[in-house]
Design a protein around this ligand. Structure first.
Ligand code: UN1
Length: 506
């Protein structure tokens, strides 16, 4: 297809109303990966009109018929995993095993949604009245706006869209502006699957396009994954509007608790994975390590050793662990937080904000490179660096003394509540953490990244607004109906309520 790449609206590839274009940039090299049309609010409105119009027919199909289109997408994701994994890596800089895992996670989500189409949905509920049949059924809500982040450019769009489509909604997809190539491929897959015109639409672009989705009266549900800042704006806009729904997944200031009963091999491995995979740019990445005094020195020594040695480099190479940050602006933000931590008086243990020249691979001088930044801080100090989400390999070691209650108190000392892990061989400590850590995704003796789609994905507090993604996305994209049918010609009421109509004569 000739560049610039276009939007996909009502079954057609269209240039849209605006004349602007934007480039996708490889964050490891700075090279352009392609030119894309920049969507305008008018393009979004056109896509919403198409989705609104397509909704009436799409909802009339059975769930199983709708899922057939997704099975085609599933097979394509599976057949092209390696190729698409490389695209993910080139466009968002995650190392290659992560690029492929993103595509595999997408396939799993589509498989879950399409397979679920043949599963029972809803409940048969007892009634007090023998002749009454009571059910809990679900109805699609209509046009669903999906606004997705760059860090899982294939998986998260399918988290939003796969269940929405199977349940009978139509979709307007606004991908992150950093990863339009991945979005282009997603749209091509729906086109190849022959999905009916208007059921799936994609508009490339920036915040004004996303905002047009949120502000369009015909969009019933907005599903958003991204920063807390934008998520709260969406919630504020839609929260008070009758009938509208916003399902938002936002960030975290996630922690790993390492107790005195921890296996330190498991602890160090879990911490390294959680803090440095995806260069710390997962909403579930860990930026706090809460470590018991009895094991603190040994843990610190081992963690610091890995943080000094871990391989930063070309994400397409299998021996790389940390790829670049997504873009120059974000690099600046992470570097500023590293600087802020120093200003706040922490004790810096590892500072690879500036990499040595020989660490940067040839031809990659324009990449947004950064290495780990590790420091120790007082868990009781009111520091910005230990409370605000940085979204980079910026990690605080917080030493605690005392029992698991104390560790969980530190864990909960954040406005966020997304993910976390406890490392311990003591089941009482693990159970206490499981029940009291204020998070939606909790792990024992594991990293706090790597959730699977057959579990709900979502946080509490500032991290989410109660509509999880992955398997529980159904809650966001459907309405429940309590449906009761009388099989008799008599009307009989529950609770002993009289059904007699009494007249003046009685
Ligand atoms: C995100 O970072 O926005 O749990 C999602 C994980 C992945 C999803 C992360 N399955 O690490």
């Amino acid at each position: 297809m000739a560049q610039p790449y276009r939007h996909y609206i009502d079954g057609e590839w269209v240039s849209g109303a605006g004349s602007e274009t934007f480039e996708s940039e490889n964050p490891a090299t700075g090279e352009s990966l392609g030119e894309f049309r920049q969507g305008t609010p008018a393009d979004v409105d056109r896509a919403v009109d198409a989705a609104d119009e397509a909704f009436e027919e799409w909802r009339e199909l059975s769930r199983i018929q709708r899922a057939e289109y997704l099975w085609d997408v599933y097979h394509e994701l599976r057949e092209r995993t390696d190729e698409l994994g490389r695209v993910v890596t080139k466009e968002c800089g995650k190392e290659i095993s992560e690029g492929k895992a993103d595509v595999v996670e997408a396939a799993h989500m589509v498989e879950w949604a399409a397979g679920d189409a043949r599963h029972p949905k809803g409940d048969i509920v007892p009634s007090e009245i023998p002749a009454k049949d009571a059910y809990m059924r679900r109805k699609p809500r209509g046009v669903t706006g999906c606004i997705t982040p760059w860090n899982f450019p294939v998986a998260i769009p399918y988290w939003h869209m796969a269940i929405a489509l199977v349940e009978g909604n139509t979709v307007v997809f606004k991908p992150a502006e950093q990863t339009p190539w991945c979005a282009q491929i997603i749209a091509e897959m729906f086109d190849d699957a022959g999905i009916p015109d208007g059921v799936f639409n994609m508009v490339q672009g920036f915040g004004d396009a996303g905002n047009a989705i949120v502000e369009n009266d015909d969009v019933e549900t907005v599903v958003f994954t991204g920063s807390a800042e934008v998520g709260h704006l969406i919630q504020d806009k839609l929260g008070g509007v009758a009938g509208k729904r916003a399902a938002c997944e936002m960030g975290g200031k996630n922690a790993i608790v390492v107790t005195e009963a921890a296996d330190l091999d498991v602890a160090v491995h879990s911490a390294v994975m959680s803090s440095f995979k995806t260069t710390g740019q997962r909403c579930v990445s860990s930026e706090r390590l809460i470590v018991h005094a009895d094991v603190y020195d040994e843990f610190k020594e081992r963690f610091v050793e890995v943080a000094e040695e871990v391989a930063v480099g070309d994400p397409l190479q299998e021996d790389t662990f940390i790829g670049p940050l997504i873009e120059a602006e974000h690099h600046e933000k992470v570097a500023e937080y590293n600087e802020l931590a120093r200003e706040e008086g922490v004790n810096v243990l590892v500072d690879r904000t500036e990499l040595d020249a020989d660490e940067i691979p040839d031809g990659h001088e324009d990449g947004h490179w950064i290495g780990p930044f590790v420091y120790e801080a007082d868990p009781d100090a009111d520091l910005r660096c230990t409370h605000e989400e940085v979204f980079g390999p910026h990690v605080a070691l917080l030493e605690y003394d005392g029992d698991i209650e104390r560790a969980v108190e530190i864990q909960n000392d954040t406005e966020y509540g997304l993910a976390g892990a406890v490392i311990s061989e003591d089941y009482r400590q693990i159970n206490y953490y499981r029940d009291r850590a204020e998070i939606g995704l909790a792990y024992g003796n594991l990293p706090c990244i790597g959730a699977e789609v057959q579990l709900p994905f979502g946080g509490v507090k500032k991290s989410g607004n109660g509509y999880p993604s992955a398997r529980e996305a159904i809650e966001a994209v459907t309405d429940r109906t309590a449906w009761t049918l009388n099989n008799s010609t008599e009307i009989e009421m529950a609770q002993g309520l009289s059904a007699d109509i009494k007249t003046k004569e009685d």
